[in-house]
Design a binder for this molecule. Structure first.
Ligand code: SF4
Ligand code: SF4
Length: 463
């Protein structure tokens, strides 16, 4: 008997995928035999199709038992409860990034969370049933409200009885003082910054508010932290200015001592949306940049420098490992509410950071409640949470249900809503779909071509 699968014809071969995250390449004859459930015992592909759950042999109960671990690996996040809690403790910022997704042109950048709201946000977040959670401090620039971050971390440790909490701060580092650093190190807070590339790219994308360059200041802090053995990660954001510098951006990451890069396209929210004509690009332009950067990264890895591209590695964990990291954008349903929540300075709680960013554009559609008036349970059982969950189940979306990349993919109702006024994507040339499809095509090309050295590189990225 055949199990449900999706497929795509590519150069004489067929790529098959299924809900267990398994894939197989079969030739035309095998494909036709498979759809008629007539794969003969002497077909060399038969054992692989059985092993990977494309064919069912024996009892259905036995088939289910055999494949439960794969399904758990691919969908385990559904049973965990909200893991990521993002506290945007201020909307003030000392930079004026040309793509800022957290501000709109009308934003008034003077609001900060109070200690009382901070404590209530911690109490709210601790109501999640998940025992392993992450508290991420963001802004604006979170160091501009450091006393509240301290209060929240101290308070969470004081009231915690049964949770493992990872603390992270996403900061441009420019305002980091010795005193702040001592506190962050003492409390094991992971530090993540933004680095968009070499000086010309970083300074173009991330100027200081009021004028001036920020590259030298950030690199100085990164090197200073590393000299003292303090690990710092970085996030890259790609503008149309960045597109000319794929190799230079990677080299900058190597020079900064980073052990990988996440090549991120812009999200069309806030200033990135308002100024898309100035900072944006087509998905094809982004993919041309990505392909060049990816090829360069693979070359580096082949010559002995371990350096993963993290966007690819999220896909590869599912494709090669049948294991889905709890990465919110590639979940189905996505992480909105059930995987992450974002808390703003006024105590408002949103489905995710992007839902919170939309509120800066004057739209409260993704508001789940407020820490002063509502409980965690109110938020996860709200109609907003249910609507976003439903809209992000790729298995049920007409465009995605039969897509061969569907087991590994995800959609974003906030971005859909921001661009089309509907939670459901209605533009057939959707940006995110084209980029995700493009990245997966690159990966499956390598897997299909079978160069063992390149496949080893991809495998090393999922470790
Ligand atoms: S978003 Fe695009 S690539 Fe992803 S499953 Fe849907 S159709 Fe496929
Ligand atoms: S709605 Fe979009 S931004 Fe929010 S968690 Fe889902 S995929 Fe991520």
């Amino acid at each position: 008997m055949i199990n449900y699968f999706n497929f795509e014809k590519r150069d004489g071969k067929y790529l098959l995928t299924n809900d267990f995250g398994k894939y197989a390449f079969v030739n035309e004859d095998t494909f036709h035999a498979l759809v008629q459930d007539k794969v003969s015992d002497d077909n060399p592909a038969k054992q692989e199709l059985l092993d990977k759950g494309f064919l069912i042999k024996g009892s259905m109960e036995g088939f289910i038992q055999k494949n439960i671990p794969w399904l758990q690996g691919m969908k385990g996040y559904c049973l965990c409860g909200t893991a990521l809690h993002i506290f945007a403790v201020t909307n003030k910022c000392n930079l004026d990034c040309i793509y800022c997704q957290a501000h709109s042109k009308s934003s008034v950048l003077e609001h900060s969370m109070t200690k009382e709201i901070g404590r209530r946000a911690i109490e709210f977040a601790m109501q999640t049933p998940n025992k392993s959670i992450t508290f991420e401090f963001q802004g604006g620039e979170p160091l501009l409200n450091f006393p509240v971050i301290r209060e929240m971390i101290d308070y969470s440790k004081q009231i915690n009885t049964d949770k493992e909490i990872v603390y992270t701060i996403v900061t441009n580092l420019l305002g980091l003082t010795e005193e702040m650093l001592a506190y962050l190190v003492e409390n094991d807070v992971h530090i993540c910054t933004s680095l968009d590339g070499p000086a010309c790219v970083h300074n173009h994308n991330r100027p200081r508010r009021g004028g001036g360059e920020s590259y030298a200041g950030v690199m100085d802090k990164i090197h200073g932290l590393q000299k003292r053995g303090i690990k710092v990660n970085a996030i890259e954001t790609t503008t149309n200015f960045s597109l000319k510098y794929p190799k230079e951006i990677i080299d900058q990451y190597l020079e900064a001592g980073m052990n990988g890069i996440f090549l991120r396209p812009l999200t069309p929210l806030g200033m990135a949306d308002a100024d898309w004509q100035k900072v944006g690009y087509t998905p094809a332009e982004f993919m041309a940049f990505y392909q060049q950067a990816f090829d360069y990264i693979v070359k580096l890895n082949l010559s002995g420098t371990y350096f993963p591209e993290l966007h690819a590695s999220y896909f590869l964990k599912k494709i090669l490992g049948s294991y889905a990291d709890n990465y919110m954008e590639l979940r189905s349903p996505c992480g909105a509410g059930v995987g992450q929540m974002s808390y703003y300075h006024d105590g408002n709680v949103y489905t995710c950071d992007e839902g919170r960013m939309l509120s800066e554009m004057g739209d409260q559609s993704f508001l789940l409640g407020n820490v002063m008036d509502n409980s965690f349970n109110d938020a996860v059982t709200s109609p907003v949470c249910a609507a976003v969950c439903k809209a992000s189940i790729v298995e049920a979306l007409p465009k995605c249900a039969q897509c061969v990349y569907q087991p590994y993919c995800g959609v974003c109702p906030v971005v859909n809503y921001a661009s089309t006024n509907s939670l459901y994507e209605s533009n057939s040339r959707d940006f995110r779909c084209t980029v995700y499809k493009g990245i997966m095509q690159i990966l499956f090309d390598i897997l299909e071509n079978g160069d063992p050295k390149k496949i080893e590189v991809l495998k090393s990225w999922i470790d």
